[in-house]
Design a protein around this ligand. Structure first.
Ligand code: NI
Length: 218
């Protein structure tokens, strides 16, 4: 199994290196490391956790024209080529299909502990200092404004409006990032989210101080 994990890491590194929107190999690497860390505190199949973490963004709907199933299809083809057992492939693909955030008011249930670990690891990389960097990198990639006080954030009720929204990057904090702390699914994920969350709140206070409003009008 170790060779399947090593080959997958190498393959994903080749495919995703040098990408500029914050969904690059190093994002995957951090999610992989966070997932391994969380997995040590849970009773879970660590091979499934590692493979799903490595493959979770192999074809993200944000970059492939909105195709929600491409990621699991590509992962399946790769894992079949490596000869992984069908039962394990199914578990990895289930995680890839369910890991994404889909809007402030949209529930994203995850039925396996391996999936809950990978989802927490992915969400940890969306918050804190790294989450802030990734938020603005993605906004720039999408040609979005940093902030526009005339455009309020939206708490999206469905995935369709969430994925079609194009508001300023700062709105994304209120539409997703500050909400994640309370949506972590493992104890370790929850603990790790605390510090990162407080740092973002401190960052937002400073941002609005510099902007000249005492606090966020949001
Ligand atoms: Ni991700």
């Amino acid at each position: 199994m170790q060779s399947i994990i090593d080959k997958t890491a190498e393959h994903v590194k080749l495919l995703m290196s040098g990408e500029g929107s914050g969904h690059d190999w190093w994002h995957v690497y951090r999610v992989w490391q966070n997932a391994k860390r969380i997995a040590t505190t849970e009773i879970a199949d660590s091979d499934i956790v590692e493979l799903a973490a490595l493959l979770h963004d192999i074809s993200d709907h944000k970059f492939n024209g909105g195709d929600l199933t491409a990621g699991s299809r590509i992962a399946r083809a790769w894992l079949e080529e490596l000869g992984l057992a069908e039962e394990s492939i199914k578990q990895v693909c289930y995680i890839i299909e369910h890991v994404s955030y889909k809007g402030a008011q949209v529930e994203t249930p995850m039925n396996t502990i391996e999936g809950r670990i990978v989802q927490d690891a992915d969400r940890l990389d969306a918050i804190g200092a790294i989450g802030i960097a990734r938020c603005f990198a993605y906004g720039g990639f999408k040609q979005r404004e940093i902030y526009n006080p005339d455009i309020p954030p939206m708490l999206h009720a469905d995935f369709e409006t969430y994925r079609n929204s194009a508001g300023p990057s700062l709105n994304h904090f209120y539409e997703k990032l500050v909400l994640l702390k309370d949506r972590m699914l493992t104890d370790t994920g929850r603990q790790l989210a605390e510090e990162r969350h407080s740092f973002m709140i401190q960052y937002l206070d400073q941002f609005f101080n510099e902007w000249g409003t005492k606090s966020s009008t949001i």
